[in-house]
Design a protein around this ligand. Structure first.
Ligand code: ZN
Length: 373
């Protein structure tokens, strides 16, 4: 499945319907959520997706405003609740400690989905026909390839979007280059590879981030509740969105390139890295969007039959990648100089080499374990 996202140009009338549907969907989400939670907490039994769907006609009879929302859109809301609980229990089973699913606020409930093409929506040229809503103009910035499965209408800071989930023919594994790479994600540079290559943060992204900072300052300078502050807040939201999109685009391109070039990709486990008690570092992990990058890399590796390995990040920048000697250095020391074997290389390059090696070691273990079983 691949997602195609397009800006919509809805009329004021359609926007009013979008808003009304979102509000009803959010209400339904929270009601369905509460029902499941109470059934589980009070009676110790679970209420499933099918049972909740069966209650929809009754709700629609009592609530004419809800009856105006397409029933498949409402069913999709119940599916989202089901997914939230399924994910939760799956992770509990795995021995993880996930946060309990939560109620959703109206502000953060920002999308609804038509789950079936043809019967509930169809795209004709640049017109999107939505059942029970009507026609909406779409800005088709790129053509869709493949079979459209679902359509999600989403509210963002700068307007409304349609996101189409499209089924693509199964991806063939790329011709394997038969090599592995270790990646050190950085602050100074976006990434350093064990091959020695440095991937910089793109210029335009850095410029957008600077503009974001200016917009932030502007908001804090304006008087509370003033018109000019409102305008500055809107500007800030737009800048945020822009940076978010540019960064996602950069992450996609970089991840695509890496899976094209390498068969095995080794990165540091950010969950462990985040636990290292260093606020400066924790902030950097969030700011640089490393988590998002790893997620994208993970999914692209899955699509193309590549292997992504996550290794323990402890001492990757301290240890010598040639002889293993632990060479202590502070954050400002940008070079690795081994006192034992004399190796000199850039700190991040040395770290990337260690990361790659740990991946190899982990792979060896996995193989041994699978032989034992
Ligand atoms: Zn050494």
């Amino acid at each position: 499945m691949r997602a195609y996202k397009y800006k919509l140009r809805p009329s004021a009338k359609v926007i009013a319907i979008f808003e009304a549907w979102l509000s009803i969907c959010c209400e339904l989400y929270n009601a369905a959520f509460q029902e499941r939670r109470d059934a589980y907490r009070i009676a110790g039994k679970s209420v499933g997706f099918v049972e909740q769907c069966a209650e929809l006609p009754e709700m629609k009879a009592e609530r004419p405003d809800a009856a105006r929302v397409h029933s498949q859109v409402l069913q999709n809301v119940l599916k989202r609740v089901a997914r939230a609980f399924d994910d939760f229990f799956r992770r509990v089973k795995k021995g993880q400690k996930p946060g309990y699913p939560r109620f959703r606020s109206h502000l953060r409930y920002d999308s609804f989905t038509f789950p079936q093409a043809k019967s509930t929506f169809r795209l004709e040229g640049n017109r999107l026909h939505l059942s029970k809503i009507g026609k909406v103009k779409v800005h088709l910035s790129r053509p869709i390839e493949g079979k459209i499965k679902t359509c999600t209408i989403k509210r963002e800071a700068d307007g409304w979007y349609a996101i189409f989930a499209v089924e693509e023919p199964a991806a063939k594994p790329l011709p394997a280059p038969g090599e592995s790479v270790g990646i050190d994600l950085g602050i100074e540079n976006f990434a350093t590879l064990s091959t020695g290559e440095v991937i910089e943060n793109p210029q335009h992204l850095r410029a957008a981030e600077r503009r974001l900072k200016t917009a932030h300052r502007k908001v804090s300078r304006r008087k509370r509740a003033g018109q000019r502050r409102k305008k500055a807040v809107r500007l800030l939201a737009m800048q945020h969105l822009k940076v978010k999109r540019q960064r996602a685009d950069f992450h996609h391109k970089t991840a695509r390139r890496l899976v094209n070039e390498f068969r095995v990709i080794v990165v540091e486990d950010l969950r462990i890295k985040g636990m290292i008690k260093n606020h400066h570092l924790a902030k950097s992990i969030g700011d640089a969007g490393w988590n998002q990058f790893i997620m994208i890399l993970d999914s692209k590796a899955g699509e193309t039959g590549r292997e992504l390995i996550k290794v323990n990040p402890a001492f990757t920048s301290q240890d010598c990648s040639a002889c293993g000697e632990r060479v202590r250095k502070t954050l400002t020391m940008r070079e690795h100089r081994c006192v034992a074997c004399g190796l000199v290389m850039h700190r991040d390059h040395n770290a990337a080499a260690n990361i790659e090696r740990r991946g190899h070691r982990l792979q060896g273990w996995e193989r041994m374990r699978s032989r034992e079983n």
